[in-house]
Design a protein around this ligand. Sequence first.
Ligand code: 5GP
Length: 114
Amino acid sequence: MTPPDTIFHKILRREISATVVFEDDEVLAFKDIHPKAPTHILFIAKKDADFVASIADLTDETAHVPALLIRKAQAFAKVHGIDGYQLKFHVGKAGGQEVFMLHLHFLSEQKLSS
Ligand code: 5GP
């Protein structure tokens, strides 16, 4: 079976550039190329990411991945002094999902301080 290879996999491998705003061993966060709010960041998981295309594909083995993304988004908000934000997962084509590598949208009307 061919492994999934979306635009976000390419960003993770640094084959395509993105404005990275946070990175650690577990996640990469970068600015959405078509922001829907003054701050619009996408969080993706490094480990297990290849196996999770969407919330619809979660299993017991990968159920921790959304929680990881949410925790990292929460920490990111705190560091940047953002106290109001929306977290979204688009699920499936009918749910507005375009890129089939699990990702969390972080949107805020507040701008990033840096
Ligand atoms: P989805 O609808 O799949 O949940 O969200 C995919 C998001 O990825 C969209 O908001 C879209 O603007 C963003 N996006 C698509 N291609 C690129 C890209 O090449 N770079 C970045 N930074 N964002 C992208």
